[in-house]
Structures are given as structure tokens and as C-alpha cells.
Design a binder for this molecule. Structure first.
Ligand code: ZN
Length: 203
């Protein structure tokens, strides 16, 4: 499986990092080794001094597709989750300055903690999902999928023009504003419609 992640998909997050609001989706990938499941802790890596959290709505692809029309995109996923797109912001900044790829800053081991999956039909609309991230008891990110610049159906249509989507692939759909650093000893809790679904202790 592969993890596809969308960058700059919420206007206020693009602005907080001084990025321009994109005219088409920006995506990058993380390998399977980025996954961190079952609320396992995250060990702060030695290569960075500025790891940031980014809480994101995640969809799981349930059938193979290429060139998926937007109007059929909803047939290609049935489950959703919350994930954290851990980012080595210091390495990403260096890569951006040099015009180099982001992989080192985004694709490292355990950079993609993920909750268990939930049936999308338990929610009123994929375009109206509330989610949040709590750090050490304080809400630091609060998002709703209705604020995405490119909604889920558009993401699936766009990405599948370039990359065949396969069963089990995950799409991280971008993060709302409020990203920030983590430190050893922090506890992150992600909430889906107010319900705690993912806990990550930073060790
Ligand atoms: Zn992200």
C-alpha cells in the first residue's frame, strides 16, 4: 500500500506557512513504513529538531482505480480515519529553499500515526466532518472537511490521473491551521466528531 498526502488544502494553513493557495492539489507520498498504528508512541527522531503535528482526515481506498471521474469518486472509499502527518519542518524548509523534494521531511518511519477506521456512512457527509487535535489537554487544531480547498472527490479524481489507486491505499487530505511543534513528553489526542480516536505519546 501507499500513502498519498495532500499539502496546502486549507486556506488558513497555507497562509500560516506563507505558502500561496494552490490552484490544483499538491500531493506527496509516504511509504508503508511511515505507518504508526494502535496508539503506539512516537520516538522523536535524531535528524530533526522541529517535528510538527498536522492532524488530517484520512480516507482508505477500497477498489482499484485510474482516471476516476469526480462524480464516481465516492465509490472508491468506504472508511475514514484520522491521522497525523508528522513533518520535520526544519528539513522541509531546507528542501523548499533548494527546490528539492520533501520526502526526507515527510516520509520517515512512523511519520503517519493513524486511528482505526470508521464506516463513512456513520457520518452525514464526507464534506462535513469535524475533527480536532488536543496537545497536552489543549485544543491546538480544529477543522471541518467543508473548509478543504479541494474536497475529497476532487482529490481522488486529481491524484488518480497520475497514480493508480489500489485497495488499502490511504489518502491524507491535508491539515487545517494550527500546526506546531511537538516535544518529548507531549501527548497528542485526535478527535473525530468529538470522540477520541487516536493517542500518540511523544517519547
Ligand atoms: Zn499534511
Amino acid at each position: 500500500m501507499k500513502i498519498i498526502a495532500i499539502g496546502r488544502n486549507y486556506i488558513n494553513h497555507a497562509k500560516e506557512l506563507n505558502n500561496e493557495v494552490p490552484k490544483e492539489p499538491v500531493f506527496f507520498m509516504k511509504p508503508e513504513t511511515a505507518l504508526l498504528q494502535k496508539n503506539q508512541p512516537f520516538y522523536y527522531p535524531e535528524f530533526s529538531k522541529d517535528i510538527h503535528y498536522e492532524v488530517e482526515l484520512v480516507i482508505k481506498i477500497n477498489r482499484v482505480g485510474k482516471h476516476i471521474p469526480k462524480e464516481f469518486a465516492n465509490r472508491y472509499f468506504s472508511e475514514i480515519a484520522l491521522g497525523i502527518d508528522f513533518t520535520a519542518r526544519d528539513l522541509q524548509q531546507k528542501a523548499k529553499e533548494k527546490g528539492l523534494p520533501w520526502e526526507k521531511a515527510k516520509a520517515f518511519d512512523h511519520s503517519a500515526p493513524i486511528s482505526k477506521f470508521f464506516d463513512k456512512n456513520d457520518y452525514k457527509s464526507i464534506n462535513d466532518i469535524n475533527f480536532s487535535l488536543v496537545k497536552n489537554g489543549e485544543v491546538v487544531q480544529n477543522g471541518n472537511s467543508s473548509d478543504m480547498i479541494f474536497p475529497v472527490d476532487s482529490i481522488i479524481a486529481y491524484v488518480s490521473q497520475f497514480v493508480t489507486l489500489k485497495i488499502g491505499d490511504l489518502i491524507f487530505t491535508g491539515t487545517p491551521e494550527g500546526v506546531g511543534p511537538v516535544q518529548v513528553g507531549d501527548k497528542l489526542v485526535a478527535k473525530l466528531e468529538g470522540k477520541e480516536v487516536l493517542t500518540v505519546d511523544i517519547l
